[in-house]
Design a protein around this ligand. Structure first.
Ligand code: ZN
Ligand code: ZN
Ligand code: FE
Length: 755
């Protein structure tokens, strides 16, 4: 028999996402024979048929109908020899020196949700139901190839029914590694937190306990949540006490979008994010406040259920608090840890182990596009493609910065950035970092030939990098912020941009504290084109925690005397003796290093406006309060002065500070002052951008750094820059904060080390 044959190579995220069984079904539909197998960075397909096969229609069906988790980057085809295969088969995978994609954890799909709600289905009310299109992935994989024995499902041999589904290429559960049912899979257990005594009644009883005001630890995909009734003030107060958090916002999980709609305003883009299969927490504008959940802020975080267990738990509750279970600043708890007992009344757990922790991701929508506040579950380990011309053969490991850290691993043209790991000044987070590095290097079979860290000599990430015994390079912090944005947007090597890199703190190339930076940069190097005139940080690190210290410092810088400073409405409340000694420190420069930090300027203005807490409980609390109240009407900027400092421009906000004090003194509403302050920053940035264009011909601006989690500022600045004709790049797939540092470090390493 003769016929025609075609060989196809498909690249993209096509492994571990049900792609091969999908090809199998398509090939059968078209009556083709041959095979499909995983190969290199994609899959290889051989299709053949006697007669005049319509290969074109087959290819377009593959492109159009592929499984939801697959991402096709390219399809190439060439005629092949006809081999007279008798059937179409899925060939077994083997591992090699390639880059293998692993799917993030994916929320329960509609088909599985129907299964658990169908009394006739054998998975009726089974909390671990999943299929090829949904379920746990990253958090359960131990090593590759991605097969059940190498996941935390290893301890659950499949029953004959599950095995039949698993082995049937036409079944939705074909090769779904975590497939399970009540007969063979994991089971939930409910017990008292302190005594460990079992409580009868499972998920239903857990829901009753929540309704009765109890605090529960609930095991999810990447760790435990702490849950309670958001409308029970006593429960909220207890939860806050246990977590040692008085004001940090708590996330909510709602049964469905209608419940969310009652409490928050939802735009179409926000709705898409809420219901997406990645199920992040989405920050939404409050419609009606729920006291104690997100105090002093205008936004509140909601997510929808993402496992069958959550769906069942919320069936009769509607809305719960679902915040990550950790002691202050420590990593999310993933095991039935004794630490849990001190955080809750009861534990709803199960016996499927969590291999890798992952917090919930948090996004907000700015100008219709996502902005990550935290990138973890549902997104990690989705890979980032490296621009052509930057591909290196050798794997690279980047360890990031210090706060809100992540690590990134480069291999064969792709970078995988880890989930948010937390602040490395906590010992437990350093252990978490090491756990994650070893997990990712094992998973992606990457043996790093080079390690990258921040320029800061004393950051833990730098110390860990030094201890690895590998070639080591360091990247300046604000440079890395911008490089992450350039890499995300695929800018080719040689591209030059103006990077607006604003955050709380980064170690400058001159050893000073930086944070209000304008860098003309390419992947290899940068030039400090402009910066904020530095102010003193009285007490060093303490200045970053107590915003009123920065208010004093900025008043001093703007030419106020101590007496004048203390006459301002908000500062006359602080202790006179404390103010006096801080003022003396500033005057004499004692334990008061200089810093160009934009974050500290926000602290100062927030304190002047009477919004800042006396001590920030969480990073950027004062700044978030200031953003929160900014009135929506257009506001004119305060005056700023651009001068020269050596070869760079330096922006002075002294005039703005004086005007802010005047405005507040004559009773201007803080809402208005906040709006004008935001306008001031945007205006100053645009004026610097014009100079970069006029002096250097720069046409592209890349925006990065934690300050740009501020949606009011980001949105306004982007609009102004676009109006001036600039191409504006900002983070959409990664957070603008220090979570992006490790990605930027990889970009620099690739550029300077080449192949
Ligand atoms: Zn499913
Ligand atoms: Zn089973
Ligand atoms: Fe930073």
């Amino acid at each position: 028999m003769t016929g025609r044959a075609l060989r196809l190579a498909i690249f993209g995220v096509v492994q571990g996402v049900g792609f091969r069984p999908f090809i199998f079904r398509q090939a059968r539909e078209y009556g083709f024979r041959g095979w499909v197998k995983n190969a290199g960075r994609g899959v290889e397909i051989h299709v053949e048929s006697s007669g005049r096969p319509d290969f074109e229609a087959f290819i377009s069906a593959v492109k159009r109908r592929h499984p939801p988790l697959a991402r096709i980057e390219s399809v190439t085809s060439r005629p092949a020899a006809f081999r007279s295969y008798r059937e179409f088969t899925v060939r077994k995978s083997r591992t090699g020196k390639r880059f293998v994609f692993i799917s993030p954890d994916i929320a329960t799909c509609p088909a599985c949700l129907r299964d658990i709600l169908d009394p006739k289905d054998r998975r009726f009310r089974y909390p671990f139901t999943n299929c090829t299109d949904c379920g746990p992935r990253y958090t359960i994989v131990r090593s590759l190839p991605y097969d059940r024995p190498r996941t935390t499902m290893a301890g659950f041999p499949m029953c004959p029914d599950c095995a039949a589904e698993y082995g049937d290429p036409l079944d939705r559960r074909y090769h779904a590694q975590p497939v399970a049912c009540p007969d063979c899979g994991p089971a939930v257990a409910l017990r008292e937190a302190k005594s460990g005594r079992p409580i009868e009644g499972g998920i239903q009883r857990a829901a009753d306990l929540l309704a009765a005001g109890k605090i529960l630890a609930v095991k999810g995909l990447g760790g435990f949540h702490l849950a309670c009734d958001p409308f029970n003030p006593a429960a909220i107060a207890r939860l806050r006490k246990m977590k040692d958090r008085r004001t940090k916002p708590l996330a909510l999980m709602a049964r469905d979008i209608d419940v969310v709609d009652r409490w928050a305003w939802i735009s179409p883009a926000e709705k898409r994010a809420l219901i997406s299969e990645r199920r992040p927490i989405v920050l939404l504008k409050k419609r009606k406040d729920i006291p104690g959940i997100a105090p002093n802020l205008s936004e509140i975080g909601f997510m929808l259920p993402y496992t069958p267990l959550h769906h069942l738990l919320l069936e009769n509750l509607g809305l719960i608090v679902a915040t990550s279970s950790n002691l202050r600043d420590a990593p999310i708890i993933k095991e039935d840890d004794p630490a849990l007992a001190s955080l809750c009344d009861a534990v709803l757990t199960h016996d499927r182990p969590i291999e890798m922790r992952a917090d919930d991701s948090v996004v907000k929508i700015v100008d219709g596009r996502p902005l990550f506040v935290r990138r973890a579950r549902g997104y990690v380990p989705y890979p980032q493609k490296v621009p052509e011309g930057m591909i290196s053969k050798r794997p690279i490991l980047a360890l990031g910065g210090e706060l809100k850290d992540t690590v990134s691993i480069y291999k064969n043209g792709y970078v995988v950035t880890s989930q948010f790991l937390g602040d490395l000044d906590e010992y437990e987070n350093r252990a978490y970092l090491e756990e994650t590095v070893s997990h990712l290097t094992r998973l992606f079979e990457a043996e790093p030939a080079l390690v990258v860290s921040d320029l800061h000599p004393d950051f833990h990430s730098t110390r860990i990098a030094r201890s690895l015994g590998l070639p080591h390079i360091q990247v300046q912090h604000h440079h890395a912020h911008i490089l992450a944005v350039m890499l995300e947007h695929g800018l080719p090597p040689g591209s030059k941009v103006l990077g607006i890199s604003w955050d709380g703190y980064g170690y400058g190339s001159d050893g000073e504290a930086w944070g209000g930076e304008f860098l003309i940069t390419d992947y290899r190097s940068f030039e400090r084109f402009a910066f904020f005139e530095p102010a003193r940080l009285p007490g060093g690190d303490l200045a970053a925690r107590q915003p009123w210290r920065m208010a004093l410092s900025y008043l001093y810088k703007a030419g106020f005397t101590l007496e004048q400073a203390l006459q301002t409405d908000t500062l006359n409340r602080i202790d006179r003796a404390a103010a006096k000694s801080i003022w003396a420190m500033i005057e004499r420069g004692i334990r008061s290093p200089l810093s160009s930090s934009c974050g500290r300027l926000f602290d100062a203005v927030s304190a002047l406006a009477g919004l800042a807490p006396s001590t920030n409980e969480y990073e950027a609390e004062a700044a978030m309060r200031l953003e929160s109240i900014a009135s929506a009407q257009k506001a004119a900027p305060y005056r700023t002065r651009i001068g020269k400092s050596g070869p760079s421009y330096a922006i002075s906000f002294d005039g703005a500070i004086r005007s802010i004090v005047e405005d507040l003194g004559r009773g201007t509403a803080p809402q208005r002052v906040s709006a004008k302050f935001h306008a001031t920053l945007a205006d100053a940035a645009v004026r610097i951008a014009r100079r970069a264009r006029d002096d250097r011909g720069i046409r592209t601006v890349a925006i990065g750094g934690g300050v740009f989690l501020n949606a009011v500022l980001l949105s306004r600045l982007s609009a102004l820059l676009r109006k001036e004709g600039f191409r504006v790049l900002r983070p959409e797939l990664y957070s603008p904060n220090d979570e992006a540092i490790s990605l930027g470090q990889i970009a620099h390493a690739l550029a300077v080390r080449g192949t």
